[in-house]
Design a protein around this ligand. Sequence first.
Ligand code: URA
Length: 213
Amino acid sequence: MTEPTNMVNLIEHPLILHKLSIMRSKETSTQGFRQLLEEISMLLGYEITRDLPVEMQEIETPLAKMQAPMLQGKKIVIISVLRAGTGMLDGFLKVLPAARVGHIGLYRDPKTLNPVEYYFKVPREMEDRQAIVVDPMLATGNSAIAAVDRVKRTGPKSVKFLCLLAAPEGIANFHKHHPDVPIYTPAVDERLDEKGYIIPGLGDAGDRMFGTK
Ligand code: URA
């Protein structure tokens, strides 16, 4: 696992911020929301993989042999936290088409309010892989904490957490439990409301992407 970090990596690329602002608007349709999430996820996938190690390998161009940089290992696994994480997969897989994908399903127990796992499937050889857990909204942080707990139990080489929007409360809660897992996000909003929604946020990400409200 990586060293303790408490790190929030703000990915403030102008394209990402512009697209995120359109997603936030209540006027944006389900189709537009989904499309923008895919585009942003592709750009986030590009940014979060900046530090992937490369190694030189011999290839042959039509004119000569050369030592060319290639991704080392290529053992990335993207873990989607159901259901909203699904919306980030397609874009991400455009930049990393060979990545493996895992899923974790959690629901909130209405009595205890604790996340309960109902589904978990990840590829084999997790101990050789770098895991990137994706969920658009880091709100209270409880489901992100539970998802990363579960992923860590499979023994991956490293874990990163990627979201679209984070609340300060969620970041603090997450890093109390997982100080070694860096968070990547384009924006940190003001606060949570009493129902656990991010303010100003973008509403319910799952409902907006699937049109279920
Ligand atoms: N989940 C969402 O979809 N939106 C929020 O604002 C908080 C959690």
